[in-house]
Design a protein around this ligand. Structure first.
Ligand code: ADP
Ligand code: MG
Length: 199
């Protein structure tokens, strides 16, 4: 079973990898965006880390809803509301249980990813974070390490795609040949799950 500590470790591991990879995320957002994705998420996850320490939420659902709220108010751009919705919706689906199973987490994350697709209107193949998140959720039944590999593959697979959503879509065919920054950061989020589990 996964308790609030596991979810805090998940968010802390993600914050650490965003910190490590911020420059790379911003560099990916340069040719097909406005070169702010890394700094957006860095600002957001720094605020998340501070809030989690201060408010010490004590259920899995509360950790994720608090994180989502914080991301919405600090990240900005397209990705802030999308990541915020992902984590708030996932947290809401977990309810106020003190511990949840991996199966419950997989179901909740599925609801979160569905909410991202509803809010942003993106489907798999549109060259967005959805291209990492959907394969990750599909693979979650096989464990966190499988989900991490699926998310990383999904992010790599955005390179030959033409963007149909978000800022990159304004470039039309010129968006082809670049890896999507949001899919790349989503792979960091999913990798955080495996890290939180010691994998
Ligand atoms: P902005 O584009 O406003 O500068 P960011 O640079 O922080 O925001 O985030 C860009 C990322 O957001 C993209 O790489 C893409 O993965 C994701 N994104 C943008 N629009 C959408 C959308 N409609 N649905 C899903 N993801 C999206
Ligand atoms: Mg940007």
């Amino acid at each position: 079973m996964l308790d609030a500590d596991f979810f805090r470790r998940w968010m802390t591991a993600t914050a650490a990898s965003v910190e490590r990879e911020a420059e790379r995320l911003t560099a990916l957002d340069s040719p097909i965006g406005d070169a702010d994705h890394g700094s957006n998420l860095q600002r957001g996850f720094r605020a998340v880390t501070a809030t989690l320490e201060k408010e010490a939420p004590d259920t899995p659902g509360a950790v994720l809803t608090l994180t989502g709220r914080q991301l919405i108010s600090t990240v900005g751009g397209a990705s802030g509301p999308l990541y915020g919705t992902l984590l708030r919706r996932t947290g809401k689906a977990l309810g106020d249980a003190a511990e949840v199973s991996e199966e419950q987490l997989a179901g909740a994350l599925r609801a979160g990813v569905d909410a991202v697709m509803t809010l942003g209107g993106a489907a798999p193949g549109d060259k967005t974070m959805v291209d990492a998140l959907v394969p990750a959720v599909d693979a979650l039944a096989d464990g966190f390490t499988a989900a991490r590999a699926a998310a990383e593959q999904g992010a790599l697979a955005t390179t030959p795609m033409q963007a149909r959503k978000g800022r990159a879509s304004y470039l039309g065919e010129r968006s082809i040949g670049h890896q999507d920054p949001g899919a790349t950061s989503s792979a960091l989020l999913i990798a955080g799950l495996a890290e939180a589990n010691g994998e």
